[in-house]
Design a protein around this ligand. Structure first.
Ligand code: ATP
Ligand code: MG
Length: 420
């Protein structure tokens, strides 16, 4: 949906709050994508909501292609299932007391909840396999929340859970999920920066996989074998793990990275204590074998802001940008206004989501600075000068060169770039 900037809810601002130390959040606050409520707690404003929705929809499509069925579980969690798995007393919980007595926790992950639900829906081998996912707010009492969207106390997570009759079926699904994750990172523009990383496992499997995006702001340290497109998390670096994955010490680079996702073979860690089992073909009762697969849309949002930005502002990759084009009318003449209005309609009709800077009061310099700060992929300027040269000036946010094009050419150029 296109929009006139005079209708946009937000304004840009010169400075981020003094206590905001994270580059991603500082930029996103200045540009009007998010609002800081408290450390690790942010609200999403229209521009931010658009980006988050685009990231989420890319993830959603990949989850659906895996056969995942979308659900939306309650954030409030009663203690019962979590006591069975010994996770009710962890410090990560935000808990609240009911006036009527008793306690509820705010979900920081949902293995226990989904396992308990599935007891009603899995009884036989014929009910397997199943995959269930949600994109939902999680709450974690993180000790340090200084990395903006990278580490929220309230944040978005996509969590997928899979249910299988045996380990072989889990392994096959786990591999498909790994490929789906790599595809997600490619689509949102993090493909070149993100590496499959061997990390600690649970009591079911020795190792798990994380997806780590190289960035100086990352809180993790990984050892990367770039040629082999595989890394090892520093936490588990050992001769054993190198031997198991065929990596050599002298090919490893130490890098800071952001953990943007992970995939985990849970085995029967949750199904046994909670009592999720099925009858096999011989009629024997067997615990269901599970996997869990997490990815953080809000952490991805922050990661993209960290990587795709410069001193002037954000530089959104096409697929997750809040708008495809930022149309800027420069100078107050009727001719400019009429031509810009016409172009806005043409872009919108062609299905190009456009933010139209139709402000009469803003100076040219301010308009350009705002366009750079917000970071929409294409800037289209209509001015007396551009009209004299035959149309509008188009420039990519990532390039310095502008080109002049007629309105049809402008529309065509952007449609081509977006493969619409
Ligand atoms: P970390 O080690 O960074 O705390 P984690 O191992 O606790 O991450 P998971 O519990 O596996 O993470 O959560 C799945 C995904 O959710 C992570 O890969 C990450 O993308 C996202 N995530 C986890 N914690 C946060 C947070 N506090 N803020 C934003 N995103 C988060
Ligand atoms: Mg954590």
């Amino acid at each position: 949906m296109s929009m006139r900037q005079t209708h946009l809810l937000t304004k840009t601002r010169k400075d981020a709050p003094a206590d905001e130390v994270a580059k991603n959040a500082a930029l996103l606050i200045k540009a009007g994508f998010i609002h800081k409520e408290a450390a690790g707690i942010y609200s999403y404003l229209p521009l931010g909501e658009r980006v988050l929705t685009k990231i989420s929809n890319i993830i959603r499509n990949e989850m659906n292609a895996l056969g995942g069925q979308e659900v939306f579980l309650s954030a409030f969690q009663p203690a019962e299932a979590w006591q069975k798995t010994n996770r009710w007393d962890l410090p990560v919980w935000f808990k609240t007391k009911l006036v009527s007595g008793g306690e509820l926790g705010l979900g920081w992950t949902h293995e226990e909840a989904i396992t308990a639900i599935m007891k009603n829906h899995i009884a036989s081998y014929k009910d397997l396999p199943k995959a269930v996912y949600q994109i939902q707010t999680k709450f974690r009492n993180e000790e340090r929340a200084k990395s903006g969207l990278l580490r929220g106390r309230e944040f978005m997570m996509k969590d997928l859970y899979s249910f299988h009759a045996d380990t072989a079926d889990l392994e096959a699904f786990h591999e498909r999920c790994r490929d789906a994750y790599l595809s997600i990172f490619r689509q949102i523009g993090l493909g070149e920066h993100t590496y499959l990383t061997v990390a600690s496992g649970g009591h079911f499997s020795k190792y798990s996989f994380e997806f780590q995006t190289l960035s100086k702001s990352g809180e993790d340290t990984i050892y990367l074998a770039r040629q082999k497109k595989l890394a090892v998390n520093k936490e588990i670096l050992s001769d054993d793990v190198l031997a198991e994955y065929g990596l050599l010490k002298n090919e490893l680079e130490e890098q800071s990275a952001i953990e943007v996702g992970n995939i985990f073979k849970l085995g029967t860690r949750f199904s046994e204590p909670i009592g999720l089992s099925y009858k096999d073909e011989a009629g024997a009762l067997v615990p269901v074998v599970m996997g869990s697969y997490g990815i953080g849309p809000s952490r991805l949002f922050g990661t993209i802001a960290e990587i795709y930005s410069d001193n002037s502002g954000l530089k959104w990759p096409d697929a997750v940008a809040p708008f495809a084009a930022h149309l800027v009318a420069v100078g107050g003449t009727d001719e400019v206004r009429e031509e810009a209005d016409r172009l806005f309609d043409a872009l919108d009709r062609a299905g190009i989501e456009t933010l139209y800077d139709d402000r009469q009061t803003a100076q040219t310099g301010e308009k350009f600075a705002d366009a750079d700060l917000i970071g929409i992929p294409f800037r289209i300027v209509v001015s007396t000068k551009s009209l004299d040269s035959g149309g509008a000036e188009i420039k990519r946010r990532t390039e310095t060169e502008t080109r002049v094009a007629s309105s049809e050419e402008t529309v065509r150029h952007i449609l081509d770039a977006y493969h619409i």
